[in-house]
Design a protein around this ligand. Sequence first.
Ligand code: DGL
Length: 293
Amino acid sequence: MTTDSPLPSPGTPVGVYDSGFGGLTVLRQLQRVLPELDYVYLGDNGRAPYGGRDVDTVLNFAEQCVERLFGEGCRTIVVACHTVSCVALRHLQQRYGSAERRVLGVTIPAAEAAVAATRGHVGFLGTARTVASHTFRTEVRKLSATVQVSEVAAPVLAPLVEEGWEDTDIARLAVARYAAQFGEIDTLVLGCTHYPLLERAFREVVPAGVAVLNPAPEVARRFAIWRAHHPALAPAGSGRLRVLSSGDIARFARHGARFLGEELPPVEHIAEQQGRLALCPDEAEPPGQIVRE
Ligand code: DGL
């Protein structure tokens, strides 16, 4: 069953979109710098991870998610997911962007933060799709002709964090194995919204003198500057948060609090219906085999 929004947002919330939980680490920073804004967070957990998917699928999912957020009254959407930002941001901006509606990403703030921090050699860790795009490296090159970028894909890490296993030996071993693939870097960029939950594990394994960089605070800082120039697209509200997830909403509420650093409001379920993401009640899955009519 599909319903219209049961809790229509009274103002103009800012949409924050990620493939799953990870973007809550970005939302946390946005709320820190702009607590007076209303936000709608969309986590596409039911279809995560995105990082190993083909480009067309990422574009399709991204279209559905931003359309849902525009349907919730957002005029500005922050694509917190590095995978979507690196592969689909330009497409989303061309398809949906206007004087009335904006879609913003995380790659340029991440590149700016990396160039500001590095002494010359940046290591960038992301999903397989993010790394295959080389979008981060392209953005760094626009800012500096001399900064070197080494990119490594870490396909195991986001699923580990989605599972809530970030504080386990398995996660620490995986982190050490990926970190060891970099050469003589001086700055390691956590190029996936899930990785900040592994930040401590990264700090423990990188050599002394290597800075571990979570781009989320810079994303939020840049967003606050942008928003000061576009107040009508992201007006002050009452600090209200709505959370939509295509995954298991009870699980989202439980795990999400770790990413956001505080309890979540009741999570609303969304699901794909006829090529669109619709709000729909979370009905219990029947056990056993299902025969379609
Ligand atoms: N949140 C995604 C990103 O930032 C990673 C997780 C996934 O593969 O879906 O790249």
